[in-house]
Every structure is written in C-alpha cells, then in structure tokens.
Design a protein around this ligand. Structure first.
Ligand code: CMX
Length: 438
C-alpha cells in the first residue's frame, strides 16, 4: 500500500469506530432547533452534516483542518516562484496533518503518475458543439471518466463495506490527477483552435496546469498555485460540496458525485459568480464609455443593478459576515504583483463603494466581497481573458476538498442522506398549533 494511503487508513479507520461509539452512547444529545424561516430559506445555519476537512466561521472565514488562510500561507510548502502548493493543502485535508516538503512532492509525483486521461474522454469532448459552456464540457468529461471507477468495479464484484474507502482512495487520487489535463484540453479546444500542450512532468501540479493552458510566466504559475489552494474547500454545506456528498451518499462513485457537484458550482449564485463579476465590470466600464469609472459612476451602476432586480456578483455570502479571507489573499497578491493594473483599481473602488450601498438595502445579510469578486481580475492580468472558463478553474480546485471529504465519508461509513421534507399545508398547521399553545 502506498504511504499516503496507509496514513489515511491509520487516521480514518479508528475515527470510524469512535463515531459509532459516539452515536451509540450519546446519540440522543440535542444539538439545536430550527425555525420555519430556516426550513423555507435553504436550511441556512442548520447543522445537518459532518464534514471533517474544513469549518467556516461567519466572522473569521474558513479554517482548513483548524488552520486559517493566513496561517497556512506561512505553514504549507511553496512552489519555485512562490505561493503554497495545492498538493500541500490536499495532504492536509486528507490526513489532518501539515505536510513536509517531501510529503507535498510525493503527492505531486503520485498525481503526475496517475494523470493519464483515457482517449474516449477527449473524443467525447471533441464531439460537442464548440459553443458548449466550458463548465458543461467539464462536468461531461468527469462523467465520461466514470468508466475508470475502481469503486464501481469493486462494488459490482461484491466488496465488503468496511473496504469501501480503499477503491475510493484510488478513484479520488486518479480523478484529481486528471482534472488539469481535462480542463486544459477544454480551454485549448474552445479558445486556442484545438492546439494542445503536452504536460511537463518536471512542474508541480499547479504550474503544470498553467503550462498546459499555455502560460509560462512565473507570476501566472504562482497565481495558479494560490488560486488552486484557496478555492479547495468551504465546509460541507455549500452547493458543490453538499451535492457531491449527497450524491456520493447513495454510493455513487467519485466521478458521478463530482460531476453532480460541478453542476452546482456552475450556478451563478455559486462558482459561476467569478465569470459574472468580470462580465459585470466590463458592462459597467462600457456603460461609462470605456473610461475609468469614478466612485460616483460605480455607485450609480450598483443602484441600477439592484433596481433591475439583479444581484451584484462577487458580494454577499450565505454564511460569511465579513470580507472573505480568500478575497484578501488575492488582494494581497494583486498589491504585490499588479498594483497598477486598471481592473484591479476598479475592484478596489468597488470594495470602497459596494458594501455601504448593499447595507443600505437593509435586507442583505453580508455586504462584503466573497472569493469571486477578485479572481477574474488577476487572471486577466496574466492573459487568461476568456472568463467563461473561470469556473472550471474553481472546479479543479474544489474537487480537492469535495473528493477528500467523500473519501472520508466512505471510510467513516456515512449513511445515505435522506432529510425529511414537509408541505406548506403542514407548515401552516404548525403555525396554528403554535398559536393555540401560546
Ligand atoms: N446583490 C444583490 N442582492 C443580494 C446580494 C447581492 N450581492 N446578496 C444578497 N442579496 C439579496 C438576496 O438575493 C435576497 O433577496 P430577496 O430577499 O429579495 O430574495 C436578500 O438579499 C437576502 O439574501 P441573503 O440572506 O443576504 O443572502 P443568501 O444567503 O440568500 O444568498 C448569495 C447568498 C451568495 C447567493 C448572495 O449573497 C448573492 O446572490 N451574491 C451574489 C452572487 C455571488 O457572488 N455568489 C458567489 C458566492 C460565493 C461562492 O459560492 O462562490
């Protein structure tokens, strides 16, 4: 068994026993109660699942295995041109331990070894109309790889449920290893006349991804490492993570589950917001004659967006109540590498103007920018201008978090998910009941 797989088994299997005991001995402890509004409004704030890899605090932001983004920027191994290696955060999410440089390098090597994409996946992509959105192509390609699932093959043979985690480990490693190749193929097919670039096995995962997309600039390699590290995980309840977990709970394999999760990421209120932000900024600039907008212009355009019953993309969050630390990490990168960039200056002005206007509506719970408010501007600076592709980059990173979580689900013996649902008539009856008891 390879070292990382053995380490995972040493961590996960004892916890599976511990959880069984916890449920047996303390299963009747009451964790909270929820309101009619929470049931109608997307179950916000209801504790409904366990996700081992990360936890989101509304005020402080995400902690990966207990570490905040600023802490991890100091503690995780870095690539040649700077910025943490996504391989390092994968190791942390998988094992709960900070990786050494060697640990991260071993993940890099394992992913390089496992990165071969079967030909039929490329053939399937080539059969799609050129105008197919990159996220549709990405989700379909992941689904097409399902032919490779070790878990599905093992289940068909009749594997013992205690062993589920083993073929799932293989699927998770293989799937993540192949995603950059697939994403780069989609990019080059859609935007670069199908001229593809072979991987460079000497590069780390993030830099190799940038290389296959066609970017050799050290700054872009560093940006790709940062991007792929900060988008990995955001606890279990967000749409892409929850969907992957839910679909996987039926013992659908990693490919089925991730493809489903990516369809959720493709929604404009979730991951697609990164392309929407850039589109919205371009529309804003065009509205003011393609000149640098003033703060007054921006304020007017935000008001106009709200008056049209549209959302201001990149602002707000279902859990966060402060500026997203992932936004700040990208802002710091921009301050170091592209302080004079015109679009970056617009993003900075938006940060000064938008929150006050959103607050003044009195209904938006979080007026602050989220991760998507910043990412596009950095990518454009390095020449990745095709914004319809941005959510695929998010997806490559998010796969790390949701698939490590899915692997933990299988190791811990998580059951099929099946929450109860009620009708509005049932709700009205509860209201009547509450009135009579009051
Ligand atoms: N612009 C305009 N209106 C907004 C808004 C924004 N940025 N954020 C919230 N609102 C509105 C909601 O649409 C809702 O309106 P109604 O009551 O008329 O339905 C009201 O304010 C209350 O919403 P909320 O409780 O503050 O926010 P939710 O938890 O319902 O939604 C989110 C969260 C992210 C979907 C929402 O803030 C939004 O639409 N933001 C813009 C899209 C975006 O950036 N999404 C990316 C999020 C990060 C990610 O997943 O990648």
């Amino acid at each position: 068994m390879d070292k990382l797989k053995e380490k995972f088994a040493q961590k996960a299997l004892p916890l599976a026993d511990e959880i069984k005991t916890l449920i047996k001995e303390h299963g009747n402890i009451v964790l909270g109660s929820y309101t009619l509004e929470q049931v109608y409004h997307g179950m916000k704030g209801m504790i409904g699942m366990v996700t081992e890899t990360s936890k989101l605090d509304p005020e402080e932001g995400i902690r990966f295995r207990g570490y905040s983004i600023p802490e991890l920027r100091l503690k995780l191994p870095r690539g040649a041109g700077g910025e943490n290696l996504p391989e390092g955060i994968f190791y942390l999410l998988l094992t709960g331990e900070l990786p050494t440089e060697d640990d991260a390098r071993e993940v890099s090597n394992a992913w390089a070894r496992r990165s071969h994409v079967p030909k039929h996946v490329f053939d399937m992509l080539d059969s799609l109309p050129m105008a197919t959105h990159p996220m549709t192509q990405f989700s379909l390609a992941i689904l097409a790889m399902q032919t490779e699932s070790n878990f599905a093959a093992a289940y068909r043979k009749g594997i013992n449920k205690k062993q589920y985690w083993d073929p799932m480990f293989e699927d998770v490693m293989n799937c993540i290893a192949r995603l950059p190749r697939i994403a780069a193929y989609i990019y080059r097919r859609t935007y670069k006349n199908g001229v593809h670039i072979e991987p460079n096995p000497k590069l780390d995962w993030g830099a190799n991804f940038a290389h296959m997309l066609g970017f050799e600039d050290e700054g872009m390699h560093a940006l790709m490492r940062l991007y792929l590290t900060i988008h990995v995980d955001h606890e279990g309840g967000n749409v892409s993570a929850h969907t992957t977990h839910l679909v996987g709970s039926a013992l659908s394999d990693a490919y089925y589950s991730l493809s489903a999760g990516m369809n959720g990421l493709a929604g404009p209120l979730h991951g697609l917001a990164n392309q929407e932000v850039v589109r919205w900024i371009y529309d804003l600039r065009q509205f003011y004659g393609d000149k640098m907008p003033s703060k007054e212009d921006i304020a007017e355009y935000v008001e106009k967006t709200l008056a049209e019953g549209r959302v201001v993309p990149g602002y707000g969050h279902a859990v966060l109540r402060k500026t997203d630390p992932r936004y700040i990490a990208q802002m710091e990168f921009a301050q170091t590498h592209l302080a004079d960039d015109e679009l970056f200056k617009i993003v900075q002005m938006l940060y000064e103007v938008v929150p006050e206007i959103l607050k003044s509506t009195g209904k938006i719970k979080n007026p602050w920018p989220n991760v998507d408010a910043h990412s596009g501007v950095l990518l454009i600076h390095y020449g990745l201008t095709e914004y319809d592709f941005y959510t695929v980059l998010f997806g490559v990173s998010r796969a790390i978090g949701v698939l490590t979580s899915l692997l933990w689900d299988r190791a811990l013996g998580s059951p099929i998910e099946r929450p109860g649902s009620v009708t509005s008539d049932w709700m009205k009856a509860q209201v009547e009941k509450a009135k009579t008891t009051a």
